[in-house]
Write a protein that binds this ligand. Structure first.
Ligand code: SAM
Ligand code: SF4
Ligand code: SF4
Length: 339
């Protein structure tokens, strides 16, 4: 099968699926309380794609060559029956007869309760977001007073269930940049790969400023001063994280430099919002509605044609073109489109 390529020659490898726009955290850089307060209008249940609709769409993507599906949100583990969704997706095969890579990004708050069921349902791996090990700083960043210990228990439960675990830490200057070394130390030599993520100008509500970004270079320099690092090869050509190896054999650490060293050239990711809009870039202002045709009885062939059309017209490379002006343009929120 000829791979489906966009206008810049990029294949459609990964689909990130936001399965809910709701979350039990109010991370200051993602869903600030002043905006996502009690009166915020989240999507109604009937507006969300059902689990069966999600599985159908993912099946069409798999037939087009998508190999990895990442469930995200909002907080994906607050969606009812997420285990059943994983089961449905685990049954989908790629054209070469292999199962999909099924990943999930979570804040880890209920992972301790759900890890075993998720692994049994066929999840391949999990990424846990953890921005600080300092309980006070962690509670302030999630802004709902959630203790860090429960997330650490979730990470242990996932590993005990046999799921490979990665840890994502967004670094925001003045909020948690003082915790970089403690995080690195905690996960050095463990089975879990830690990745630091530059604070991004996603959405329009988090008051992003370039001064708040701690660059990947600075992060690597700070860690290197304590534990020397050497560069390691990329995991895949479309990998988002640059890998570094501890020279003393303490394993690896990654940095995702979306702001200072954009990687649009290898970006093979599409994103599906919880209400079934397809976005071809994290920073897109508009998505393509798939829910209407799905609910109006479109056939698989018709939907596949629509997906082909969207991908073959894709030209997005927002991060490579980012300027102060574009950073302040309206964009879709991260909690809606998924990270
Ligand atoms: N609730 C889940 C979680 O926190 O892992 C999944 C959704 S969350 C939107 C996905 C990822 O995006 C998380 O790792 C989060 O830290 C990251 N994220 C959110 N806002 C961000 C921002 N402004 N810059 C960089 N990463 C961000
Ligand atoms: Fe929720 Fe994840 Fe956003 Fe934090 S980063 S508010 S946990 S969706
Ligand atoms: Fe991909 Fe858009 Fe991010 Fe570039 S800015 S890497 S095109 S999601």
């Amino acid at each position: 099968m000829q791979p489906l390529l966009d206008r810049l020659g990029r294949p459609l490898e990964t689909l990130r699926v936001s399965i809910t726009d709701r979350c039990n955290f109010r991370c200051v850089y993602c869903m600030p309380k002043e905006v996502f307060g009690r009166d915020y209008a989240f999507l109604e249940r009937r507006e969300l794609l059902t689990l069966e609709e999600l599985a159908r769409v993912v099946g069409l993507f798999a037939a087009l060559g998508t190999r990895t599906v990442r469930l995200t949100g909002g907080e994906p583990l607050v969606r009812r029956n997420v285990e059943h969704l994983v089961e449905l997706l685990a049954a989908i095969e790629t054209p070469t007869g292999e199962p999909l890579e099924l990943a999930l990004t979570t804040n880890g708050s209920v992972l301790a309760q759900k890890a075993e069921a998720l692994a049994a349902a066929g999840l391949t791996r999990v990424t846990v977001s953890l921005d600080s090990l300092d309980d006070e700083a962690f509670r302030a960043m999630n802004d709902v007073d959630f203790p860090v210990q429960r997330v650490l228990e979730g990470i242990d439960a996932a590993a005990a269930a046999g799921l490979p675990v990665k840890i994502n830490a967004v670094v925001k200057r003045g909020a948690n940049d003082g915790d970089i070394l403690a995080l690195a130390e905690h996960f050095r030599g463990s089975r879990h790969v830690l990745r630091f993520i530059e604070y991004m100008d996603v959405g329009s509500t988090n008051g992003w400023r370039l001064e708040d970004v701690v660059s990947a270079d600075e992060i690597v320099r700070r860690i290197s001063e304590r534990w020397p690092l050497e560069p390691a090869e990329l995991e895949r050509p479309d990998a988002t994280a640059r890998r570094w190896r501890y020279a003393d054999g303490g394993g690896e650490v990654g940095v995702v430099a979306s702001v200072t060293q954009p990687f649009c050239g290898g970006c093979s990711r599409a994103r599906l919002s919880a209400e079934g809009r397809l976005y071809t870039c994290l920073f897109a202002a508009r998505g393509h509605d798939l829910r209407a045709p799905l609910r109006l009885g479109a056939s698989d062939d018709e939907l596949t044609e629509q997906l082909r059309g969207i991908w073959t017209r894709r030209t997005d490379r927002y991060s490579e073109l980012r300027t102060a002006e574009t950073a302040s343009l309206p964009k879709v929120e991260m909690s809606y489109i998924g990270g």
